[in-house]
Write a protein of this length. Structure first.
Length: 191
C-alpha cells in the first residue's frame, strides 16, 4: 500500500488542527489502519477448535477486531466520542471510544491512500453538519462563485429572450422612466 504522506505526519497535523481531549490527552481525530484496531466488546461468540469442531456458544466480553469484519486493509478516520449510557454495556472497558467516520476507499470499495487534505475535508464536513457556524466556503469551487452564478443566469435569460422574441428583441427600447417597450413588427413610423 503506497502512502503519499506518513500516517504519523497526518495524525500530528490533525492534532494541530483539531486538538486533543483535555481529560485523556488523546487526539480528537486520527487515521488508523483497519487491521490494527481491536476493542473489548460484549457479544455472543462461537468457540470453535482449529480443526473446526464447535465447542460452545458463550456471551461475554472479548478483545476482538474492531473493523476487520467489514473493512479490510484500508485506512479509517476515527473520532473520539463519549459512549452513550445506552451503549456502555456493549463496550464496558471504557467511557470513550474512537468511532469510524470515513474509510479511505473509492466508490467501488478499492483502497485509497490517506491524505491530510481529504481527512480535513471530511472532518470539516462533519463539523458543518453539526454546527451552523462552521464554514465550508473554502471548499467552494471558484467557478461557482456568486458572480459566476449571476453571470450564468444572465446568459441563460438572454438566451431565452432571443429564443422567444428573436428579431423583435432588436426593436426593444426603454423609456426615460426605465420601462421597457416592445415595438410590433408591423409598426411604421409616421412623420
Amino acid at each position: 500500500m503506497e502512502l503519499t504522506e506518513s500516517i504519523e505526519s497526518i495524525n500530528s497535523q490533525l492534532i494541530g488542527l483539531f486538538g486533543m481531549d483535555t481529560v485523556t490527552g488523546q487526539p480528537i481525530w486520527r487515521v488508523v489502519w483497519s487491521e490494527d484496531q481491536f476493542e473489548y466488546r460484549l457479544g455472543t461468540y462461537d468457540d470453535i477448535t482449529p480443526e473446526g469442531l464447535f465447542l460452545r456458544t458463550v456471551t461475554e466480553v472479548r478483545y476482538v477486531p474492531k473493523y476487520r469484519q467489514w473493512v479490510q486493509n484500508k485506512f479509517v478516520i476515527e473520532r473520539l466520542v463519549v459512549i452513550p449510557e445506552i451503549s456502555r454495556e456493549e463496550l464496558p472497558a471504557t467511557k470513550i471510544s474512537y468511532e469510524p467516520i470515513w474509510v479511505f476507499e473509492d466508490k467501488y470499495g478499492n483502497y485509497l491512500p490517506p491524505k491530510l487534505e481529504a481527512a480535513k475535508f471530511i472532518i470539516d464536513t462533519v463539523y458543518a453538519a453539526q454546527y451552523s457556524n462552521h464554514n465550508l466556503a473554502r471548499y467552494i469551487d471558484p467557478d461557482n462563485s456568486q458572480e459566476a452564478v449571476i453571470e450564468n443566469q444572465k446568459k441563460r435569460i438572454d438566451g431565452l429572450v432571443e429564443e422567444l422574441f428573436g428579431e423583435q428583441s432588436a426593436f426593444e427600447g426603454t423609456t426615460k422612466t426605465g420601462e421597457t417597450i416592445i415595438v410590433p413588427r408591423n409598426y411604421e413610423k409616421v412623420n
